[in-house]
Design a protein around this ligand. Structure first.
Ligand code: AMP
Ligand code: ZN
Length: 355
């Protein structure tokens, strides 16, 4: 996650081109699933790639998945924290997100001018409001937009770390948090699994290396349990994050070598390239160092998180079980609409890894 840039800069342009390719081209099946969902009114097309409205049926599934995740983590007694999908710009600056993914970040700008500026803004707007062609619409009116002190949240766990740090030293047993947020990533795509705004449910562990590694292992098992109960084919693999720039490949290789991030992949819109629906991250002491999070014995805290991609998991269900939720397999229906508790309790008992 944090490779020194000098070392990273040694990578050749060729290698970079290869890295970028891994995120690349869409195939026909991307379009098909997206079109089918839009045609069925399950997703609503806003006209902008990666930005969708959600129908009642889509939201119902997201909510029920969320409840299942809560049940799966009930024994964690996590502290539930909810933030709006924005965070303090200075916390974001300190997070070093911009070292890795400057191209994905979203900043929030706002008009901060006076009456004269407002007048200029309206004049510029007047020139474009009736123009249908995107390329002919000048964005002059934005000249006066200035950065606010907020940015869009890139991952649900980001607002948690500075908050934990402010509370002072951790207790002996460390801490566990439960977060849920819309997140923003500027990666417009026609692949419905690659949205610009999507929701992430997370559990976050802060503590000793042993505590956070145990946590991550447990959640790899529990995430697999959930996705298995949802009747979805999946595999767990090391992640291949699209780190930016010339050094991106080196950073990604290092992340893989150190096994810092695993993903649970399900074929969604691109059968030949399964999509990461859950991720399991070990940040080592990265956030602990950045924000001076201390364990009870004064050592720097380590952190880990498990992220559930709510839209991607929902899309995977539609992809594998069809668009008619009434016709989904009985066990999937039970997990979402019926007696979740018994399925989840049974599954956890089989794993034998409570608390
Ligand atoms: P990450 O921080 O990249 O590991 O993302 C955590 C989870 O969020 C992933 O496992 C995905 O399920 C989901 N996710 C990431 N990027 C997107 C996206 N562009 N659209 C929808 N879901 C996403
Ligand atoms: Zn996280």
């Amino acid at each position: 996650m944090n490779m020194p840039t000098e070392q990273a800069a040694m990578i050749s342009a060729d290698e970079q081109a290869q890295t970028q390719e891994t995120q690349a081209p869409y195939d026909k099946s991307d379009v098909t699933l997206r079109d089918r969902l839009i045609e069925a009114g399950i997703l609503l097309d806003t006209g902008e790639d990666g930005l969708y409205g959600r129908s009642e049926v889509f939201e119902d599934i997201v909510e029920r998945l969320n409840q299942a995740i809560t049940m799966l983590g009930a024994d964690q007694h996590a502290e539930v924290l909810r933030f709006p999908p924005a965070m303090r710009r200075r916390d974001f600056e300190d997070s070093e997100y911009l070292k890795s993914f400057p191209n994905l970040a979203g900043t929030i700008h706002s008009f901060q001018g006076n009456d004269r500026g407002h007048h200029r803004l309206l004049e510029a707007l007047d020139k474009i409001v009736h123009i249908g062609e995107e390329e002919e619409r000048s964005d002059d009116w934005m000249d006066q937009q200035k950065p606010t002190r907020l940015v869009l949240t890139p991952a649900a766990c980001y607002p948690i770390y500075p908050l934990v740090a402010k509370r002072g030293k951790l207790a002996e047993q460390g801490a566990i948090f439960d977060a849920f947020s819309y997140c923003f990533r500027h990666e417009p795509s026609i692949d419905p699994g690659r949205m610009q705004m999507f929701r992430m449910r997370e559990y976050i562990r802060v503590g000793s290396p042993e505590q956070v590694m145990d946590f991550r292992q447990k959640w790899i098992e529990r995430g697999s349990l959930l996705v298995g109960l949802l009747g979805l084919p999946f595999e767990i693999d090391l992640a291949n994050d699209p780190f930016f720039g010339r050094g991106g490949k080196i950073v990604a290789d290092s992340q893989r070598e150190q096994q810092l991030k695993f993903e649970l992949l399900v074929p969604v819109a691109t059968p030949d390239r399964p999509t990461a629906c859950l991720s399991f991250n070990y940040h080592q002491d990265h956030f602990g160092e950045l924000w001076h999070i201390r364990q009870a014995d004064d050592q720097v805290a380590h952190t880990a998180c498990v992220g559930f991609g709510m839209e991607r998991t929902t899309l995977a269900l539609f992809r594998h079980h069809g668009l008619d939720v009434e016709a989904w397999p009985a066990q999937v229906r039970q997990l979402l609409w019926g007696d979740k508790a018994s399925l989840i309790e049974q599954g956890l008992a089989n794993l034998g890894n409570k608390a």
